[in-house]
Design a protein around this ligand. Structure first.
Ligand code: SF4
Ligand code: SF4
Length: 379
């Protein structure tokens, strides 16, 4: 049975965070797997270069506290991630994590050197590569941010590991799996099962709802959550965020693989009530939800139902990141004008995710609006 620890954490006060991370390390007996001298990869969320107040990246206060716990055990922590398109140094500086690394005298590294990942026997994905550092670290501590996500509904512990894929190869994977978000969820699940982080500590102190993972609104969940089983933790948090699990692609692929986490039988401890549902969390329901898997010609229906990315020219700064990240080559930018080719667009929403100034929004399809009306779901 998986164990989850949910702790109240109203803000980023250093002493309170230290108390919380000590409880987490004790609850999961961290000294049993973080040995003196061990190399410990702290897989943070550095999706793009935003300040901590944007709530898109793992907060530096959480990273600092976890790093100090690792140092106390005599191990060698490294803060690392692979951002989508922006240069790593710029992202690390803007997020405040480079400063934390300097202060504590530890490396803050870009995940590079793409290397084949040994996958599970049941895997449909045989050619996945991740950064060599992920494979060579003795211990992986996963430090995600609790957020909503345009394509996958939520980005929590499992989705955070997608950053172990190096740079633009992430966009290539989006292109490879195409419109089918269940296939993408299958890839995420495979990454999680193969990388198998030793511990996940979720920064849900102030997360994000709305059009996440980079352009939503700060949401004060007031929660620091931890587990060795990130999948079980994700399902618990999804329910607390008010998401129907059938709408969560990760849940659907876990059910299809008959994984034990779908029994929802985790032992939950901590001072945060496990049956709490955060009020009014806005989840971007942009895709065809769980209706689609039961339909024939799923990709066709998905293309009709999925929301389209649209440009907001008055906000555009003409940086070109949207075009650079689009593996489907479905958009072009010129003189603050974007042209989308929706017949090529795979609705991965990477352009939205990488736009630094919220100049790409979504336009809901007629079918999606109709379905939402029938189901009475909110956007
Ligand atoms: S236009 Fe945007 S949503 Fe469409 S494929 Fe390109 S990056 Fe993905
Ligand atoms: S839409 Fe956003 S990402 Fe694209 S060029 Fe404009 S500012 Fe840059």
């Amino acid at each position: 049975m998986s164990r989850l620890l949910l702790l109240r954490q109203e803000g980023y006060d250093r002493h309170e965070l230290d108390s919380a991370t000590r409880k987490i390390f004790e609850a999961f007996d961290a000294p049993s797997f973080i040995r003196p001298g061990a190399s410990v990869l702290l897989k943070v969320n550095l999706v793009a270069g935003h300040p901590p107040e944007r709530r898109a990246t793992t907060d530096p206060a959480v990273v600092r506290s976890v790093t100090e716990r690792v140092l106390e055990l005599g191990a060698h922590p490294v803060i690392a991630d692979s951002p989508g398109i922006e240069p790593f140094r710029s992202v690390a500086e803007k997020s405040g994590l480079a400063a934390i690394a300097r202060e504590l005298g530890i490396p803050c590294l870009e995940l590079t050197d793409s290397t084949p990942l040994p996958t599970t026997p049941d895997s449909a994905f045989k050619k996945v590569e991740v950064s060599r550092l992920v494979l060579e670290s003795d211990v992986i501590i996963n430090l995600p941010k609790m957020k909503t996500h345009g394509q996958m509904l939520l980005t929590l512990g499992v989705k955070n590991l997608f950053g172990c894929i190096v740079g633009q190869r992430k966009a290539e994977w989006h292109y490879n799996v195409g419109l089918d978000c269940n296939a993408f969820a299958g890839l995420l699940l495979e990454l999680y099962l193969s990388i198998a982080p030793h511990l996940t500590i979720m920064d849900g102190v102030i997360g994000m709802d709305g059009t996440g993972p980079t352009s939503g609104n700060p949401y004060p969940f007031g929660l620091l959550a931890a587990a060795q089983d990130a999948l079980a933790l994700d399902f618990q948090l999804a329910r607390m965020m008010g998401v129907r699990l059938e709408d969560f692609p990760l849940w659907r692929v876990a059910v299809a693989r008959n994984l034990p986490q779908c029994e929802l039988s985790s032992q939950v401890t901590g001072d945060f009530p496990q049956d709490h549902v955060f009020p009014g969390v806005k989840v971007p329901l942009l895709r065809g939800l769980n209706l689609l898997p039961r339909l024939p010609f799923k990709a066709f229906w998905d293309s009709l139902m999925a929301s389209r990315p649209v440009h907001v020219p008055e906000l555009c700064i003409d940086c070109g990141r949207c075009e650079a990240v689009c593996a489907a080559k479905a958009l072009k930018h010129r003189n603050r004008r974007l042209t989308f080719d929706y017949t090529r667009c795979i609705r991965c929403y990477c352009c939205h995710e990488m736009c630094p100034v919220r100049a790409i929004e979504f336009r809901e399809s007629f079918l999606m609006r109709l379905m939402r009306l029938l189901r009475g779901t909110r956007s």
